[in-house]
Structure formats: C-alpha cells, structure tokens
Write a protein that binds this ligand. Structure first.
Ligand code: IMP
Length: 440
C-alpha cells in the first residue's frame, strides 16, 4: 500500500488541509515532514451554525481523523510551547491527540532562535524576507551548522547544557554586538526546554523505523508538506523562501521514507494565486480585482493574520510544480471564488524583456521582471458551492478546469467548491499510480 506525498503547488495556503481531509478515512499515518509553526491549516468541520473551525500551525492535519496516527517527522522544527498549546486547545474541544508521535531527531526551536528571527528581519529593513517571525530560519540554520538542539537532547540535562552553552557562546555575541540586544541566559533556555520533558517523553520515537514498519504492514502513509513549491529553499523564489525543502524530495529526507517507496504525489493548486511575505509575484493584482479575490477568498494568513497578496492563476508555476514534484494528481481548490467574473484570466507564459518564457526562468532577476501573458476564458455566474459531481459544474467552469489541467500537465482529480469539509468534487480516485500518462 502506498506512501503518498502532498505538497502545495504555489506559495502556500492552497488548502492542503482539505485534501488531507478528503483522503482522511483511508489514511493510517499523516506525517509532517518540514517546516514548523510557520504553517497554517484552517479546517472547517460541519456546516452552517454547527461548523467548527480549526486552525493548526504545527500539528499535522491528520490529528483530526481518529483512525489516523499523526507524526511529526525529523525534518520539522518544533516549538514545544506551541506544540502543547495546540494539543491542549484540541483536547479542550474533545479531540483525542494521544496518538501523536514525534521524531527523536526533529530540531527544537529555542527562545534564542525566535529572538534572532525577529531582530534579523528588523536589521534587514527594506531587504527583509517577511518571515513569520517564529524562529524557523535560525533553527534550520543551526541544524545545518551543526549547533542545533534535537528532541533527543532534551532528555539528558548534561548534553542539553553543553549544546545550549556552545550555541549561546556565539549567539550572545551576535545579539549583543551586532543587534544591540540583551544576552540570553543558558539556564532560562534549559529550564524552558526541560519543562516539557515529562509530557513529551511518551510521544518520542524513531519515526523512520515506525513508518517503515507501517508500510511493510500495508498501511497508507501521507507525507504532508508545510509551505509550498515556491517557498522551497532550493526551488522557490530564493531568498524569499522558507528554510526547508517543501517539495516532494523533502518528504524523503524529512521522514526517513526512501524515494523507492513513494507511490504518488498530490499537489494542491488554488484556482488563483496568493502569497504572504515579500518577493516577486508576476500575476499579482494591486487593484479592485485583487481585493475581490482577497475578500471573496478570505485571504488572510492563518498564522500571522496578514492580508495575502492575490493574483490570477499562473500555469507557468503550475507546470514547474508538476516538474519539480513529479505530480500525479492535482487538487484544484477554491474554484467557487472565481464565480461571477465576466472572463477568467490564466497566465500561460511570461514575457521577459520581449522574450517569451513557457517555463520558469532559472534566473531570479528574469522572474522579477516577468510580465504575465494571459489567456481569457469565459466566466460563469452560477453558484457552484453545492455541486458534488463534475458534470454539475457549469460548462465554463469545466472549461477552466480542463484548460488549467492541460497547461499544468497533470490531471485535476479533485476540485474544491466551498470552505466546508464536504464542498469538494472528486473527479478521479486519488490512488496515484506510477507512470501517469498526462492530462485526462
Ligand atoms: P519563514 O518560514 O517564517 O522563515 O518565512 C519565510 C517566507 O515563507 C515568508 O515569506 C513567509 O510569509 C512564508 N511562509 C512561511 N510559512 C508559510 C505558509 O504556511 N504559507 C504561506 N507562506 C508561508
């Protein structure tokens, strides 16, 4: 049985939680493999007055499916205060979180990582990245420079002390001499991290081994990315990216599942494009049409509350996502937001200084100068939020889906038509198989 990867195709906030929800009952494990509490899933369960909204930042969305074991993989960076806050919040609403498993090798976001994220951004001024300020970048930087603190380090106070003191030798110089901030005391850090040890201990496992055993038994494992393709540290719009691999390759290194065991890759693509933070965005709309998308799509950050930048569908990005991730199935979300437009523009290529680019320019300066080449499709006015089969969609909505599908180069297997959990059309069964031949 399969290991399936789920990624975002654009700059995040595509609605991955909904795709997880759709697969929910068939999943035995949901693994978060990168990122930390910079992510934000809003999941709506039920509808009307009974609708309950869950905002998750760190926990895998599988936490809401009782039959599923949620796993925080080794590729994640964990803020333990946030972890227990989210657990307590869910438990308070009657959600059982006792199955949660945490990798012994995941890195911990320390108080000095959080401070450094914020002061570095301030120091950068106009050149800032627009991070979520949660300490994500500094924690991954420590991981790569081999000065990070891992979950397993918390259980041995001597080891923890050695590592924290070694890290602070450098960080405190930085904080005091470059950023003009107060030094962080090792004892405060150790005290904070050690305060979680008793609650944490029963959750901590060798999650790579656990997942290998699960796959051997025939269980289904979903590997869920935080952030998205264009925020990937290697393949995104560097330097305006997050600090981890949010593309399908990261699913292996962030979970310990080898590439030969991955059976399919589902990518979530919003019917238009959004981005938070700084950085280039060719189809961005600075006018009433952008405001229409923001208002109709409720495009405000789950983690930071920031208004999201909005623009039309960009299929150059969609094709790139297909290539980098090896997408087998797309879930196209929020199609209902496009209802009521006379025409719906789709970006099919870029014009860069008079040269047409059908693929993502490898040179970041070209991407900064990319002017979208649009195709205009006829719009639709019918309310599509209660459609549950593909045939029920208005003809022009279907034309839009099929044109996007053709342009991005992989089939659209599910379509989101509203915020509710069940507001989705399943077009093809999402049991991704190797060797998908092209758009349906
Ligand atoms: P960081 O991940 O906090 O370091 O922020 C780096 C960039 O990634 C910023 O532009 C953030 O706004 C963006 N980012 C991080 N997480 C998310 C997310 O879940 N959705 C959308 N953008 C994100």
């Amino acid at each position: 049985m399969p290991a399936i990867v789920l990624v975002g195709a654009q700059w995040g906030d595509e609605g991955k939680g909904k795709a997880t929800d759709l697969l929910g009952s068939s999943l035995d494990y949901v693994v978060k493999f990168n990122g930390g509490n910079n992510a934000g899933h809003t999941i709506v369960i039920g509808s009307g007055a009974a609708a309950e909204k869950y905002a998750l930042h760190l926990l895998p969305s599988g936490i809401l499916t009782p039959t599923c074991t949620p796993v925080i993989g080794n590729g994640v960076v964990i803020d333990l205060g946030v972890l227990f806050q989210e657990i307590d919040g869910l438990e308070g609403r009657g959600v059982d979180t006792s199955k949660l498993v945490v990798s012994a090798s995941a890195h911990v976001i320390t108080p000095y990582n959080r401070v450094l994220d914020r002061v570095t951004e301030r120091f950068l001024g106009a050149r800032k990245i627009g991070t979520t300020g949660r300490g994500i970048g500094p924690t991954y930087a420590d991981k790569m420079s081999r000065t990070g603190i891992r979950i397993q380090d918390l259980f041995d106070e001597n080891i923890l002390r050695q590592k924290v003191e070694a890290a602070l030798d450098v960080k405190n110089q930085l904080l005091a001499k470059i950023y003009n901030r107060r030094a962080v005391q090792a004892e405060d850090v150790i005290g904070e991290l050690r305060s979680y040890v008793d609650r944490l201990a029963p959750m901590v496992r060798d999650t790579s081994l656990l997942l290998e055993q699960a796959l051997d038994r025939g269980d289904t494992v979903l590997l869920e990315a935080g952030q998205a393709t264009l925020l990937d540290v290697d393949f995104g719009t560097y330097p305006f990216v997050t600090s981890s691999n949010a593309t399908a390759g990261g699913a292996c290194t962030g979970s310990g599942i080898p590439p030969t065991r991955i059976d399919g890759v589902i990518a979530v693509l919003k019917a238009y494009t959004t981005r938070v933070g700084e950085g280039p965005f060719p189809t961005e709309l600075d006018d009433a049409r952008g405001q229409f998308l923001r208002k109709t799509g409720a495009e405000y950050g789950t983690t930071t509350g920031r208004p999201r930048r909005c623009g039309w569908m960009d299929t150059v990005i969609g094709r790139y996502a297909t290539r980098i991730n090896g997408v087998t199935d797309f879930v196209l979300t929020k199609l209902d937001v496009l209802t009521g437009l006379d025409t719906v523009p789709i970006c099919v290529a870029y014009d860069v200084d008079g040269v047409r680019h059908n693929t993502m320019p490898v040179n970041q300066s070209d991407f900064h100068h990319a002017v979208p080449v649009y195709e205009e499709l006829p719009g639709w006015w019918e309310d599509i939020s209660s459609c549950r089969s593909y045939d029920e969609l208005p003809e022009n909505a279907r034309r839009y889906v099929e044109r996007v599908e053709w342009l991005v180069g992989a089939r659209v297997s599910a379509i989101g038509v509203g915020p509710g959990r069940d507001a989705i059309i399943e077009r093809h069964e999402m049991r991704p198989a190797r060797g998908f031949a092209g758009p349906a």
